[in-house]
Design a protein around this ligand. Structure first.
Ligand SMILES: [Zn+2]
Length: 126
């Protein structure tokens, strides 16, 4: 098992979302490292059931969980997403649906959803 405490994020490939989410996760969950799985608009990919990309995301998350011992997976939706364009309401809805998909994988993890706003502030989704 790797040293240090890991968590996992399924984030957009958008460079603007990386540091805010990683920093928020380190503070919120007290982890040393954040394994980062990126796709363009991954909340949309998972919510819409894109099989090919979903399988790739799953493989990466499983490596983080099984090899790094991550117990925490965060799914991100954000403002001005080029890969999954749409308003906040849609982003939040897609994060919730994506959480259901990840939950169905049966991993021993706590799942969290967040929305990153136009000021690149991170907001937990209920
Ligand atoms: Zn995006």
């Amino acid at each position: 098992m790797a040293h240090g405490k890991f968590a996992t994020v399924i984030n957009c490939m958008d460079g603007r979302t990386q540091l805010p989410v990683e920093t928020w996760m380190m503070r919120t969950f007290g982890v040393d490292y954040v394994d980062t799985v990126t796709e363009p608009g991954p909340n949309g990919i998972l919510a819409k059931g894109d099989q090919r990309h979903t399988e790739i995301i799953k493989e990466m998350v499983e490596i983080s969980v099984k090899k790094h011992g991550s117990h925490c997976v965060v799914i991100v939706g954000h403002y001005d997403c080029a890969g999954n364009p749409g308003p906040k309401e849609m982003q939040v809805d897609h994060v919730k649906k994506a959480m259901e998909v990840v939950r169905s994988w049966g991993l021993d993890v706590h799942l969290h959803g967040v929305y990153v706003d136009e000021f690149w502030m991170v907001h937990p989704i209920e």
